[in-house]
Design a protein. Structure first.
Length: 165
């Protein structure tokens, strides 16, 4: 099954990592690729400790702040991480920020589509991000939109360590 957690609201990664935690609790093999994230968010170490294989990309920077050299490095790192992840045995593959990686050409698009099609063979694949491509929406078995109705950020309250990141 292909899961898609998308939108401008909080909770996309949280939902994906919750699913990873549940899978690990049932003895499933979990692989996570975090595009545009450096692997330091609070859920990563506990997931590793429980047996998840994590691939993070060292270029943790907003795409609009990247120059062309940084984008090329991000594409190289993201594609390499995804390639390595697909070589691992897994029951659940989480591709965190896959929508942004695809939208900004920071991952090989054919390889990302190949990863998504693994959901057709009985494996679970999760894609997260703000703006999914049409093909992601069309292929999704589960599509959950996270919509921001209210958020402290709009009142100037910064993200809190251990809660929002």
């Amino acid at each position: 099954m292909l899961h898609l957690y998308w939108g401008d609201g909080k909770g996309k990664t949280t939902a994906a990592m919750g699913l990873a935690l549940r899978a690990l609790g049932h003895g499933r093999k979990v692989v996570v690729v975090q595009f545009l994230k450096d692997g330091t968010s609070g859920e990563i170490e506990p997931l590793r400790h429980m047996g998840a294989v994590i691939y993070a990309c060292p270029n943790a920077k907003f795409t609009w702040l990247m120059n062309e050299e940084e984008k090329a490095a991000a594409r190289h790192n993201g594609t390499a991480a995804l390639r390595q992840a697909l070589e691992q045995p897994w029951d659940l593959l989480v591709l965190d920020e896959a929508c942004a990686a695809y939208e900004n050409d920071l991952v090989d698009p054919k390889l990302l589509r190949k990863a998504a099609t693994c959901a057709e063979t009985g494996s679970e694949v999760v894609l997260t991000g703000r703006h999914p491509a049409d093909w992601m929406q069309d292929a999704a078995d589960y599509s959950t939109e996270m919509r921001a109705c209210q958020h402290p950020y709009t009142r100037g309250v910064p993200a809190r360590e251990g809660v929002e990141y």
